[in-house]
Design a protein around this ligand. Structure first.
Ligand code: ATP
Length: 308
């Protein structure tokens, strides 16, 4: 029976600006997205009975049709009914390592992995653009997760322009163990507090400084230009996240920021040893915080080679 293992990396936001509200209810954003080494693993196995099943041991991850991995498989079956009939269903097992509801696109990357995995298992030969179009039907962050790396995201997040790779710099990812922030809550709260400025029309983006710094691969300038509009609502509502960010900022890192709608905070460093040192400071001062040390990466979903 055919099977496949996929590695599905998390993302951080080096930049997130909320520029307006669209008639379809989504927000117009400007984001710079970056994949990191922290990743989920998904095992896909063909099922001759045509069924779709999902298993995951993580207590916060739903295993029904609300899971983005499940929804991605259902979309593929709907879009490619002949291949579904010919190859049968799929059993998905999700090894969850990315923290849930953390602003790291954990669900989106799992969905992206299932699109890439079924494309391969069913021999469809879809292009990256075609996979991204399918992903856009399921979530705004999902098209980026297919190819990963460093990219500017416009529209509601699905219009991607690749940027030069920033692979190799260290990153510390820190998140309060028992805290999750709902992305819909963060958008709603931001709109209540700052949405009046959209009445005059969509705001222009201010991302140019960061884009120039990325092109020059200048870590100091990149860290100077890090920005996330959600900090204005999430940090006041969650003082413990504000305190965590202050600890990271004083731990010898080049820069730090809330990722997405949080509550994860990340910090960038020249290299991995510097990230290890900053992580030790956070662990000593915040026993209720989980900390990961990894690097920025240049790839999205990867198919793990099968042992021969
Ligand atoms: P984003 O950064 O894209 O806003 P997030 O990292 O904040 O996303 P997720 O980890 O994707 O958030 O989880 C948000 C909610 O989505 C969870 O509370 C969970 O109920 C649901 N969910 C659906 N599919 C998954 C999945 N594969 N993994 C984790 N959560 C999932």
């Amino acid at each position: 029976m055919s099977s496949l293992t996929l590695i599905a990396p998390a993302k951080i936001n080096l930049y997130l600006e909320i520029l307006g509200r669209r008639p379809d209810g989504f927000h117009k954003v400007a984001m710079v997205l970056q994949t990191i080494g922290l990743a989920d693993r998904l095992h896909l196995t063909g099922r001759p009975d045509g069924q779709l099943t999902l298993t995951c041991a993580h207590p916060q991850v739903p295993t029904d049709s609300s899971n983005l991995a499940w929804r991605a498989a259902a979309l593929m079956a709907e879009q490619f009914p002949d291949s579904h009939r010919r190859h049968g269903g799929v059993a998905i097992h999700l090894d969850k390592h990315i923290p849930v509801a953390a602003g790291l696109a954990g669900g989106s990357t799992d969905g992206a992995a299932v699109l890439v995995g079924l494309d391969q298992l069913w021999g469809l030969g879809l292009t990256q653009g075609e996979l991204q179009d399918l992903a856009a039907q399921l979530g705004s962050d999902m098209p980026f997760c297919i190819g990963g790396g460093t990219a500017l995201a416009a529209g509601r997040g699905e219009l991607l322009s690749p940027l030069p790779d920033l692979e190799g710099w260290g990153v510390v990812v820190a998140k309060h163990r028992d805290l999750g922030v709902s992305t819909p809550w963060a958008y709603k709260t931001y709109a209540q507090q700052f949405g009046q400025r959209w009445d005059a029309g969509c705001q222009p983006s201010h991302a140019q400084g960061l884009l120039t710094a990325i092109t020059q691969r200048d870590l100091g300038a990149i860290c100077h230009a890090l920005h996330n509009d959600f900090e204005q609502v999430v940090l006041p509502a969650y003082p413990q996240v504000q305190a965590l960010k202050a600890t990271l900022a004083s731990a010898g890192v080049a820069g730090c920021l809330l990722s997405g709608s949080g509550p994860t905070v990340f910090a960038l460093t020249e290299d991995r040893p510097a990230a290890d040192q900053a992580a030790a400071v956070v662990r000593a001062q915040h026993p209720d915080v989980d900390v990961w040390v990894t690097t920025l990466t240049a790839h999205g979903i990867q198919v793990q080679p099968q042992p021969v």
